[in-house]
Design a protein around this ligand. Structure first.
Ligand code: BMA
Length: 322
């Protein structure tokens, strides 16, 4: 896709970066990779990954009326690692994805628990982002980039996640009757190979977005270059009743690091969205992302424009890499 079009599909907010470490009410090093949700009163809640000066991460909530500015940030960590009860969190908690689950009347927060065995997927449920019920590790290391679907598929809860096997990182879907016992693991989307922008390593970005055409997936792809890794964002669409079936996948990335705060930071050339909110018009999407593992940016797009792009240039993705 020509650069101009990608700019038009995902538009950086003029107030970017919308949140940085200097906004924090306590001493922190960096803030990035936030999960996002709209609370019932319309408030935007970001659950931000915060790295302190030990190098370990915790989560902290920031709330705003318009999702852009006027953030009210919790005065202390909202969700801190608890390695005494949960040894899998010894080296911190990272990269939350938030799903409202109507059946449970609670938010499901899937996050990375960084254990001595590597990163795994952990789950916690909350009503208010103040108290949490931890389910512990639900996918063992090495696995991350997970989010629950908002409803059951064929009677089971479904979790998108990204296990790493044999130096490739692909997106999988697993099922559970009770959020504790997981099985029926199925591949969902494979990383491509060779020179592709999403070769060898991909992962879910925000939770899947349900549309009348299917589940819209916004995912990140990694290109390894001589200078390091380049994190960009692409689109795919999955069947509503059979979400392992990829209906369309766009070839080109739709958003990548270009702005100064995306190319310079602790880890340059990284845009890493973990959360999105659908605005009241039912089409505009606010996508929140970590920029260079240092601060938080906002890009706006629209669900219908993403679907149009997929229909114009997408093609079905067979379950083998290309
Ligand atoms: C990924 C995750 C993200 C991070 C990104 C870029 O593997 O660990 O938390 O933002 O790398 O460093």
């Amino acid at each position: 896709m020509p650069n101009g079009e990608s700019q038009a599909l995902f538009t950086r907010h003029p107030k970017n970066p919308i949140l940085t470490a200097s906004d924090w009410p306590y001493r922190v090093h960096t803030v990035f990779n936030p999960g996002a949700t709209l609370l019932r009163d319309g408030t935007t809640l970001l659950l931000c990954r915060v790295e302190d000066h030990t190098g370990l991460s915790h989560l902290c909530a920031a709330r705003s009326e318009n999702g852009v500015d006027g953030w009210r940030i919790d005065p202390a960590p909202t969700f801190a690692p608890d390695p005494m009860q949960h040894p899998e969190e010894l080296w911190g908690v990272e990269d939350p994805r938030i799903t409202w689950v109507e059946e449970l009347k609670r938010y499901a927060v899937a996050y990375t628990a960084f254990s001595v065995s590597g990163p795994g997927v952990a789950l916690a449920l909350t009503e208010d982002f103040v108290t949490y019920e931890r389910y512990g590790l639900i996918m063992q290391p090495d696995d991350k980039d997970a989010a629950l679907l908002p409803r059951r598929i064929d009677g089971n809860f479904a979790l998108v996640h990204r296990p790493v096997t044999d130096h490739t990182a692909n997106i999988w879907l697993s099922f559970s009757p009770d959020l504790r016992t997981w099985g029926h693991h199925k591949p969902m989307l494979y990383a491509r190979e060779g020179g592709w922008w999403d070769a060898r390593k991909i992962g879910l970005s925000p939770p899947l977005i349900e549309t009348d055409r299917g589940w819209l997936m916004i995912y990140h792809g990694v290109r390894h270059t001589a200078a390091g890794a380049l994190y960009r964002v692409g689109l795919a669409l999955f069947h509503l009743d059979c979400p392992t079936r990829c209906l369309l996948r766009a070839d080109s990335w739709v958003f990548g690091p270009e702005a100064p705060y995306e190319v310079v930071g602790d880890v340059g050339y990284v845009v890493f969205p973990c959360g999105a909110t659908l605005r009241p018009d039912g089409d505009t999407l606010y996508l929140y992302y970590g920029a260079a593992d240092t601060c938080i940016g906002l890009v706006t797009t629209s669900v219908s424009a993403c679907l149009r792009l997929l229909e114009a240039e997408g093609r079905p993705s067979p379950l083998h890499s290309t």
